[in-house]
Design a protein around this ligand. Sequence first.
Ligand code: FPP
Ligand code: K
Ligand code: ZN
Length: 498
Amino acid sequence: MASQQDGDDTLDELLKDGARIEELPDEDEDNNSATEMNGPPFPGKHLQPKRKHDVPPWMNSATLGLFHEDSQTPSTEALAKTAAECLPFLTLEDTQGLPLNSHGLPHLRRKPHADFLRGCLGDLPAPYAAMDASRPWLFYWCIAGQSFLDEDVSEYKDRLIETVRPLQNPGGGFGGGHGQYSHCACTYATVLALTAVDGLEVVDRKAMWHWLGTVKQADGGFRMAIGAEEDIRGAYCAMTVITLLNLPLELPPDSPARKAGLQSFTDSLGNWIGRCQSYEGGIAGAPNNEVHGAYAFCALACLSILDAPHVSIPAFLDVALLTRWLASMQTTPEGGFAGRPNKLVDACYSHWVGACFTLIEAALPTPADKYTTAKEGMWNKAALVRYLLTCGQQPGKKGGMRDKPSTRPDGYHTCYSLSGLSAAQHHHHYDTQGSTRDDGGSGRLLAAFNWRAERGTAEEMKALNVDEEDVVELVHPVFVLRFEAVEAARKRFEGGGL
Ligand code: FPP
Ligand code: K
Ligand code: ZN
């Protein structure tokens, strides 16, 4: 039998799977004769690691078996280019002049990032006119992002309220700009930004309830706007708004979904979300579409609003298949996450995929004794932290965080990089003692308010190679806000009513 070749650890790891190996031809035999079948280490000639250009180290085990040695595609080239641009930073060969922490990694640049986010809220240069419809997003990313760095954001309250007042439509909901139709994403972003500054009094809750009734669909899902696409973002955005504002779950009398027999915003919703899971395990924006990590977050967070995660997630999703898919989104060598298979690492998925692990770990059968240290769990937290600190931070005076080194920083990537850091650094768990429904009063769904978090310990921060000043605040895994802000919204609307 052939001896194990001079080691490629990745391949050795991959080929532990004995059943598959036994069917493979002996790679020592050029003619691939099948005479010796008891344990050759490599699956056929095309993956022999001796040849210089075989098996680039950044190809992970999930992709490894799929490529022929000569197969070059735009995807393989883009993956190689991204690995090459990140490696000098990951290895600290190039530290970009950033101040280093006691473990040799760049410090989290708190002050420059906070300044960057503050700057994004001022007057913007002309090219930003194209982003007019995304203004509420900018408010949310930049205000919430600052709060994740423990900046006081209450000073934004009056200005934010006056800025979003004209974006609210008389029929309910918020548009992206003055005179624009209401849209679930703009409404979600506005409500989150207002929650961050405790400014929800500006929202017309009754009109909001009516408008949300018009986007609820007969099949259980939600459209993004009247006549717009029905997708999982709509479901998560709508249920977030309903829960934070404590709107009645009962559909308004004029909701078109009532004609199909639905009575509540939650009717058929879990089933509709379940239909978005594909054979790969990931979650698509709508049934039968392509899966994406950002949609996995929307699905898990929406289910975590509907009920306790260990109840609602396994009720509608194949948890094992989804976990496997999520784990395969962590890229090597970068250590960050990609949004979909064979695509590139991008810091924003530190949140969209990273927070999925927080939610799905709470869905495991025995929530109480799951992973108890930051080193344990289903994903490599130290690798994500390393990617964000070495590749994700813009050097120089400007600050801000970015998708990858070749891109510019922006509010979106800064906010979601910081949220991803929180998922990696802290403990989040679901308190199974909390009630999931305000049965004595308003009927509000309470599951999403039962999340608790504790800061990672000093020992854990050491294992993640961060110092105290590189640690972000605790971020709520469902609402992506500081816990204090979520609690204030819960209390403000405790009584219900419109
Ligand atoms: C592909 O972009 C991205 C998607 C298909 C989904 C994006 C959705 C979100 C980021 C968030 C939605 C959530 C809410 C709450 C509105 P791409 O092709 O540029 O990126 P990729 O190559 O990384 O997939
Ligand atoms: K992208
Ligand atoms: Zn991104």
